[in-house]
Design a protein around this ligand. Structure first.
Ligand code: BGC
Length: 698
């Protein structure tokens, strides 16, 4: 297993490396920007959002507490040849560089960690060695306060917190509050060195911190330790920092490393046979694992992880459909907390449905911390705001409601966790089914229930009627509500939920009738139309292997809605998710039709097509797509990794392995059925199923 990933600015932009080397413990998240360089990005705390124009609410760019700026004889040192190494086995970022000035040079090395158990704690151990310098070295360790959130257009940024107090007595301590007053955050930090240096405190408008200084000669090494704590409460932050100081950085670092070793031992992942696939699978697994905070009651996964500002920290269907299976089998507690996050937002989803004239619960396409629709309606393209793009997904991409219900069922089937159903799972199924009941319309011409004016997973086609994915998932949602409610009627722990929600037998029958009557347009040959009128659009096929829109002639790109081109798996996604309802031949028929018409402009596309290909036995083709999907970030396939980590794609690769390649099925014990031939790929890992650990070997 590859354990260390090294990056240099020769191959990647600095901002991309910062995403790839982000460290997180699911509570705080620190991008991999070198300590000695100024950065526009500070630190995130999971769940700390604030109101912002255009995007409604977004993750707040908080003060940065990991900078280490060195000056020699009053001249700032400049880095050369920065090398970044992400040690995934131990959850560390190592940075090396030569820091130079006309008066002398230094070798810089650091090890950074975001403690796996002590959630607010960040530690850095750095050594600064004089190569040829003789004189006074100054090292500043500030908490930096000048951070704002990048907005649109690019020139605009919005400051999402205010500094409430600054204290620099025993150590620097900052209190900030988000611009909307919702979250208070305290940050305290302390730096020390061996040999001991002279320490002075400093406070300016933009920084508060310590400066350490001492005389050095060539060969001298300054060993520096920096600890910082983030938290919501001043006394907790103070005691955490005092504790950390007394335990010492080295002890904390060793403990952190042991915790990561334990995490990997539990999963015991081994991949070989294809080095690039193996590397990216391990790399992605590390990032999926590290964003989970096991001490939190909820787990909200932004589409770009806690790794950057892409999509503003909003949560999409990427979570329930793509990332969920990974957590379900490797961290079932995390899977429960993903759904608990949706439980917390159920009331908001009910409000959302009401606001839009529907019944039940309608989950927003994009969620922040409060569950109100967070999709931007209009995005300005220039500073005056005269040019704007209208975004319709928030109004029309309704399938997310059914996607959440789908995950509730998957969770229950694989865990048997009835307490969760009683606590909230059943409620989600009922209220989401009620939404679809009010969302469908009866079409007298077709004598069917139809769903008009939606956007499916393929977002090139807006305002379409009877999107296959939406209709099928809505039908599934209604069926789930009916079957779970029927079972609940005679279950003493679930019956009270039905009573409280006033679910009657008539209502259950209505769900069943609507589900049965939902319109789905499939020909006798099994080919299904993605939405009404899709087959009448102009045809266009892409060359095999093309990813993205680059190869499209401008005329096609400008009127893409007039073509059968699609952005990502849609019909095929529905068929894979509901694979038990389709024959292999039907899935293959649709796969063959839609694949050449798909641009894969969304990183969610390839994992889904890979999953379908593997499931129907087209292993070689499936593995090819799986590999590209797995490399989404490590090879920056979509050229936007600087904005954050592609959680849906990283998780989607695991979905494809678990359900496509291995066809995991629930039962008394879990079963899987590997492919006849795996083209040299060897894969083994431990999964959790109903309280037991199973070893899977391919
Ligand atoms: C995709 C969506 C996805 C979102 C966030 C969009 O480009 O089309 O399906 O949910 O990105 O990843």
């Amino acid at each position: 297993m590859k354990k260390k990933f090294t990056f240099s600015e020769e191959y990647f932009e600095r901002e991309t490396i910062a995403t790839l080397t982000t460290l997180s413990n699911g509570y705080i998240s620190v991008r991999g920007d070198p300590e000695f360089l100024e950065s526009k990005q500070g630190t995130f705390i999971a769940g700390v959002y604030s109101y912002t124009p255009v995007f409604y609410r977004e993750l707040v760019n908080l003060p940065r507490a990991h900078a280490i700026y060195a000056e020699f004889e009053g001249v700032p040192l400049k880095p050369e040849n920065v090398l970044y190494t992400l040690d995934v086995e131990h959850g560390l970022l190592e940075i090396e560089s030569t820091l130079t000035s006309p008066l002398g040079s230094f070798a810089y090395k650091s090890v950074r960690f975001v403690h796996k158990n002590i959630k607010g704690l960040l530690g850095i151990k750095a050594s600064i060695k004089s190569l040829n310098a003789r004189g006074r070295l100054f090292v500043k360790a500030p908490v930096e306060l000048e951070f704002s959130n990048p907005s649109v257009p690019q020139e605009v940024s919005v400051r999402l917190f205010r500094v409430v107090s600054l204290e620099n007595k025993a150590y620097p301590r900052v209190e900030v509050v988000t611009a909307d007053d919702r979250y208070k955050v305290y940050i305290a930090s302390v730096a020390s060195s061996v040999p001991e240096a002279t320490v002075n405190n400093f406070t300016t408008n933009s920084k508060i911190g310590q400066v350490l200084s001492l005389d050095v000669r060539p060969g001298d090494i300054l060993n520096l330790e920096r600890l910082a704590v983030y938290g919501f409460d001043s006394s907790t932050v103070d005691s955490a920092l005092t504790n950390a100081k007394s335990r010492g950085l080295e002890g904390l670092l060793q403990e952190h490393m042991r915790e990561w070793e334990k995490e990997w031992r539990e999963i015991n992942l081994n991949v070989s046979g294809d080095e690039e696939l193996a590397d990216s699978l391990i790399f992605n697994t590390f990032h999926l694992l590290q964003i989970y905070n096991d001490q939190s009651d909820v787990f909200a996964i932004p589409a770009k992880g806690l790794h950057g500002y892409g999509y503003r920290g909003h949560v999409f269907w990427d979570t329930e459909i793509y990332a969920f299976p990974f957590y379900l089998f490797f961290k079932p507690d995390a899977a429960r907390k993903i759904l608990t996050f949706r439980c917390r937002l159920l009331e908001a989803a009910i409000e959302n449905a009401k606001r839009n004239g529907y019944r039940g619960a309608q989950y927003p396409w994009e969620s922040a911390d409060d569950g109100v629709e967070a999709t931007p309606r209009e995005v300005p393209l220039d500073l005056t705001g005269s040019k704007k793009v209208r975004i319709y997904t928030g109004d029309q991409e309704h399938h997310i409601t059914a996607d959440i219900a789908y995950a509730v069922d998957m969770y229950y089937r694989f865990t048997g966790d009835k307490d969760f159903l009683a606590e909230c799972g059943l409620r989600i199924l009922v209220e989401t089914a009620r939404f679809w009941t009010s969302r469908v319309e009866w079409d007298t011409r077709l004598s069917r229930y139809v769903i008009r004016n939606v956007i499916g997973p393929d977002e090139y086609h807006v305002g379409v009627d009877n999107n296959f994915y939406t209709n099928l998932m809505a039908r599934h949602n209604l069926e789930l509500a009916a079957s779970y409610s029927k079972r609940a009627q005679s279950d003493i722990s679930l019956r009270p939920v039905l009573d409280e929600l006033r679910v009657s037998s008539e209502e259950i029958t209505t769900w069943e009738n609507i589900a049965e009557g939902i319109y789905v347009n499939c020909g006798e040959d099994g080919l299904c139309e993605q939405f009404d009128g899709y087959f009448k659009l102009k045809d266009y096929k892409l060359d095999p292997g093309v990813i993205g829109e680059k190869s499209l002639p401008p005329s096609v790109l400008q009127s893409i809605q007039d073509y059968q081109l699609i952005k990502q798996a849609d019909v095929v996604a529905a068929m894979f998710l509901l694979r038990e309802k389709f024959t292999r031949e039907v899935i293959e028929k649709n796969y063959e039709y839609y694949l050449p018409r798909t641009t894969h402009a969304s990183s969610l596309s390839l994992p889904m097509y890979a999953a379908a290909a593997l499931y129907i036995g087209r292993i070689e083709e499936g593995l090819r797509m799986l590999k590209i999907a797995a490399q989404a970030d490590l090879a920056d396939v979509y050229k936007n990794s600087k904005d954050g980590f592609h959680i849906g794609s990283a998780g989607g690769v695991w979905m494809a392995i678990l359900f496509g390649l291995l066809r995991l099925r629930e039962g008394e014990t879990i079963t899987f059925e590997g492919p006849e031939k795996a083209y040299g790929l060897k894969l083994s890992f431990n999964i959790k199923y109903r309280g037991k650990t199973y070893r899977v070997e391919l």
